[in-house]
Design a protein around this ligand. Structure first.
Ligand code: UD1
Length: 341
């Protein structure tokens, strides 16, 4: 029997790409999602790519009994990759309790169900936001965890602590926490991609929506940072590359290479790019012009952050290899498919 991997948040952006990569690597996938921020049609996109529609459970992870029952129904579950969470930084400042409740209780319910059912392998979707503005760049996994600048960021920090404490308890449990930098792009088939609800908060979806004419112009948040062109710097990582790191993480856990530990890996390209560089790269890759205007800095933004990926390269044997041009083209192709069919 093939190993069954649960992907919570599997109809979401990174979850759906990871489901595809897992299936293409030969795993069975069970998607759990409450569809709060994603659409059921994503399963059709996954099927178009892989030739198979994965089993799907519409389930809110806050439903403790529902989670237990779900694990009862699938005794073949071997590991869990946990994406399902709220992720909008600004919203988390306005609704902290909603973020703490959703992101932390769902994690606890999931870990309880795993413990109850003897499922020991766990991959967690974390974020570079745990580093805040690092003192040294590129940022390694050893960099100090700074006080989180938003409740969203704090849920990621606390979640890592909850996972670590679960391991320290001595239960047969091991885990990998993947700290994403800025995931962008879409599957090259354009059958799946990012589906932001309403006005996108993130840069690349805003760029593609401006390019297609949904938004009049892009606002560049700040050109007075201490960076070469004054705009903020991030590490933009292709979503398919990022997804593949989940497959290698699952392989590592199942093969027993990580015994009763929490391992943490940065997932980025190792290269920092400014907002203006991304706009220029998009125009160059697609031939579509982007109207933009510089505005004040966005509250809560850090000046620059990019990853030292040595550890993921060495231990996971993983490396981001999609070029920025390919990534931005995939984002554009996805946006065009979405709007024009
Ligand atoms: C942040 C977090 C990331 C988290 C994500 C969730 C940090 C360093 N990163 O990403 O961990 O998972 O939120 O959403 O804390 N920008 C514009 N105009 C726009 C949109 C964005 O200029 O319309 C700029 C931002 O100011 C920023 C860059 O583009 O400099 C990237 O922004 P965004 O895509 O929102 O991601 P982060 O804020 O870096």
């Amino acid at each position: 029997m093939k190993d069954l991997i649960v992907v919570t948040g599997g109809t979401g952006y990174i979850g759906s790409h990871t489901a595809v990569e897992l299936m293409e690597a030969g795993y069975e996938v069970l998607i759990i999602d409450n569809l709060a921020n994603s659409q059921i049609e994503v399963l059709g996109g996954i099927e178009k790519i892989t030739g198979k529609k994965p089993p799907f459970e519409k389930l809110d992870l806050l439903d403790r009994k529902g989670v237990m029952d779900c694990f009862d129904r699938y005794p073949a579950i071997k590991a869990v990759i946990h994406f399902a969470a709220h992720k909008a930084v600004n919203e988390s400042v306005e609704k902290p309790l909603m973020y703490y409740e959703n992101n932390l209780l769902s994690l606890i319910n999931l870990l309880n169900a795993m413990k109850e059912h003897g499922v020991r392998h766990f991959v967690f979707s974390s974020s570079c936001t745990v580093y805040g503005q690092p003192d040294k760049l590129p940022v390694t996994e050893q960099s100090p965890i700074k006080k989180a600048s938003s409740p969203y960021g704090n849920t990621k920090q606390i979640a890592e602590e909850i996972i670590e404490d679960s391991i320290l308890s001595g239960d047969p449990f091991d885990a990998i926490s993947l700290r994403y930098f800025n995931p962008v792009g879409a599957h090259p088939s354009a059958y799946i991609g990012e589906l932001p609800l309403g006005v996108p908060a993130n840069l690349v979806p805003f760029i593609t929506q401006t390019a297609i004419g949904i938004r009049a112009e892009l606002r560049v948040f700040g050109d007075d940072y201490n960076t070469p062109d004054g705009s903020a710097i991030r590490d933009y990582i292709d979503v398919v590359d990022l997804s593949r790191a989940h497959v290698t993480s699952i392989k590592r856990l199942i093969s027993g290479k990580n015994k009763n530990a929490l391992e943490v890996f940065n997932l980025g390209t190792g290269k920092g790019l400014s907002v203006l560089e991304i706009i220029n790269a998009f125009v160059k890759a697609t031939g579509v012009d982007i109207k933009f205007r510089v505005e004040d800095r966005r509250e809560g933004d850090v000046e620059q952050v990019y990853a030292d990926t040595t550890l993921a390269n060495r231990i996971l044997g993983w490396k981001a290899n999609t070029t920025l041009e390919e990534t931005l083209r995939s984002a554009w192709k996805w946006e065009q498919n979405l709007r024009n069919g």
